[in-house]
Write a protein that binds this ligand. Structure first.
Ligand code: HEM
Length: 595
């Protein structure tokens, strides 16, 4: 390419005296003007080195007048000369112009974003929103968002646009038909909600896209094979028993008890033992609780950042106190996962042990990651390994903690269903205090209660996508490439078009007869399609084991003084925790003194 933006021709119109262009000279273009100045002309801008009034660097340039290298050198030389020759006042003018141009560029970019979004979402009527904040102000009221969205959903059949400010909008889908259209495609996760979580869980299976996601999903699917999951049931039983023993100690003095925290420790213990073969003591050693606290903090901060669009900007966020807190919690979370990886690598004694392990028929999650090799024989990079461990450590315990805690709350709220589950469990377990693999299929009523709780209190209340190509929905309305979508699992699971009295807790909705013919996307706790939850069987087993053993040992009673307040913070939590009164059951009957 010979067409350079500057010319070395001496016939260039610029002259040293007209450079730099005056701000008042309308004919001058300060972007291109310097580029039309010859090296000879510019050499005279450089400070003279004295003797012959000749510029210090000038002699080197004419030696290679026609080479590209020389031209580039001259441009740099010209620029340096020009800058050195500027007066302070000129510098201010330049800075002002550049600033103004940058501002204009940004404003026009924002305008285009806004215009494209308004056009894209025009076919979809939206709830009333403020001209500047959109619906952002409503979303600042933490703990109100789920009910608010559900309330809005009643006025729109399929969904509605949600505006956070003027430059972020997404279509919030509340109808199974729309969900089906989206989940049948392979659009990537959206680049906003998930972006804030990437510093924490990296680009592991949850967030990655394309070939990387496909390769890792195929690699990790065997870790959830039926034969791998089978022995985990006794691990789950043991972890639940540790929690119940603790509850027995605590209950005489501390009743009602906040259970979410205890359940989180239990599910963390379980995932560490099952997926990472890490013999943790998180439930008994309080010094190991730091990770759980960091997870709370990170979930809260990710949600906070999403709601406050001013913090969507990385620079502002990183300089804010929230950014500081985020980095501090991140350090704790990453130290935890690093410890797990390091310990396992040492144990495996690398080469020798890896060969032995890869010959076993079923590998656990961490084995698979450590044994993985691509076609060139290269293993996963440390970054990819850490991202997967962080993803599974978080996804594998926080979601199930939420699931189990809300199931216990739902059963406390509906004692008649609780009692029916207990009867069923008593019949299957008898005097045993351990659940076995075969038991899991023999507790259909408890399973229905678990599903009903996942419907009413979905641990993952929503998922998001960014369209990689246009989409046309069943009613003919379309959205262009690049549009953002949130699937509100919370609203879809309560869609009045598919669930009669959606607010009523009725486990029999999941009986075989009542489930027959139901829309396959009307119940989406684990999403569906390509990006469905890889750990759903693991999760269902864990929820069954925990529910069975807890109900066998305790009666659960609501604390009317402390009703949980739902909040969507990455997973479904309660702002004030979940407080339940626990009554010990001995030999199948309530213990007299605790009644
Ligand atoms: C009650 C418990 C659980 C619920 C409700 C749940 C729900 C979900 C949902 C809705 C998704 C889709 C996310 C999206 O599209 O952005 C998902 C994905 C995922 N879940 Fe779960 N999950 C649960 C438990 C687990 C467990 C125990 C594990 C691991 C042991 C796990 C690992 C994952 C992973 C890795 C993904 C990403 C899958 C992919 O994109 O290929 N989940 N989960």
């Amino acid at each position: 390419m010979e067409d350079y933006s500057y010319s070395s021709s001496p016939s260039s119109p610029s002259s040293p005296s007209s450079f730099p262009p005056s701000l008042h000279n309308e004919n001058s273009s300060f972007i291109f003007a310097p580029l039309h100045i010859t090296h000879l002309q510019l050499s005279s801008f450089l400070p003279s080195c004295g003797d012959a009034g000749r510029p210090a660097l000038a002699p080197a340039l004419p030696l290679y007048p026609h080479t590209q290298c020389c031209r580039a050198g001259m441009a740099l030389y010209s620029l340096t000369g020009a800058i050195l020759s500027l007066q302070i006042g000129d510098l201010w003018h330049w800075a002002a112009w550049l600033g103004l141009l940058y501002l204009l560029f940004k404003v026009s970019k924002l305008y285009l974003i806004w215009r494209d979004m308004v056009t894209a979402f025009r076919p979809f009527p939206s709830p009333l929103c403020h001209w500047l904040y959109g619906n952002a102000r409503e979303f600042l009221q933490i703990g109100k968002e789920l009910d608010l969205v559900y309330q809005w959903a009643q006025s729109y059949t399929y969904g509605f646009p949600l505006w956070l400010g003027n430059f972020f909008a997404c279509l919030l889908i509340t109808h199974p038909d729309y969900a089906k259209a989206v989940l049948a495609r392979q659009d990537p996760k959206d680049d906003l909600a998930y972006r804030f979580i990437i510093p924490w869980i990296g680009e592991g299976l949850l967030v990655s896209a394309g070939q990387k996601w496909f390769h890792h999903r195929r690699l990790l699917t065997p870790a959830f094979h039926y034969d791998v999951l089978k022995p985990y049931v006794s691990v789950m039983s043991d972890c639940t028993k540790i929690m119940l023993d603790k509850w027995e100690q605590l209950v005489p003095d501390k009743n009602p008890l906040e259970i979410f925290h205890h359940v989180s420790l239990m599910t963390l213990d379980t995932i560490m033992k099952c997926a990472f073969s890490y013999q943790s003591n998180v439930q008994t050693d309080s010094s190991e609780n730091a990770y759980i606290k960091a997870v709370y903090e990170l979930s809260h901060l990710v949600d906070h950042r999403f709601r406050h669009f001013i913090y969507h900007n990385d620079l502002i966020y990183n300089l804010s106190p929230y950014g500081f807190r985020f980095r501090r919690a991140l350090k704790v979370a990453h130290e935890h996962t690093d410890k797990v990886i390091k310990q396992r690598k040492t144990l495996l004694n690398r080469e020798k042990q890896l060969d032995k392990i890869s010959q076993r028929r079923h590998l656990d999650f961490l084995d698979i990651l450590l044994c993985a090799k691509d076609e060139n024989g290269h293993g996963l990079s440390d970054k990819d390994l850490r991202a997967e461990v962080d993803t599974f450590m978080f996804e594998g315990h926080d979601t199930t903690a939420s699931g189990i805690s809300w199931i216990l709350y739902a059963l406390a709220k509906h004692p008649e269903h609780q009692e029916r589950c207990r009867e069923e469990i008593k019949e299957v377990l008898g005097d045993r205090d351990t659940v076995e693999w075969e038991d899991l299929g023999k507790i259909p009523y408890t399973t229905m209660c678990i599903k009903e709780s996942l419907r009413v209190y979905p641990p993952v209340p929503g998922v998001a996508r960014k369209l990689s190509k246009p989409i046309t929905f069943c009613d003919g309305r379309s959205l262009p490439e690049g549009a953002r979508i949130i699937l509100s699992i919370y609203c879809i699971n309560r869609s009045p078009y598919f669930w009669k009295d959606p607010e009523v807790f009725d486990p029999l909705r999941f009986s075989v007869e009542n489930s027959a013919g139901r829309h396959p996307h009307a119940f989406l706790p684990f999403a569906a399609g390509f990006r469905n939850c890889i750990g759903q069987n693991f999760a269902m087993n864990e929820m069954k084991v925990a529910a069975a053993l807890i109900l066998q040992r305790f009666q659960l009673i609501l604390d009317p003084e402390n009703e949980p307040q739902k909040v969507s913070q990455v997973v479904l939590r309660s702002m004030n925790g979940i407080h339940l009164k626990l009554k010990k059951i001995e030999n199948g009957t309530l213990k007299a003194e605790s009644m």
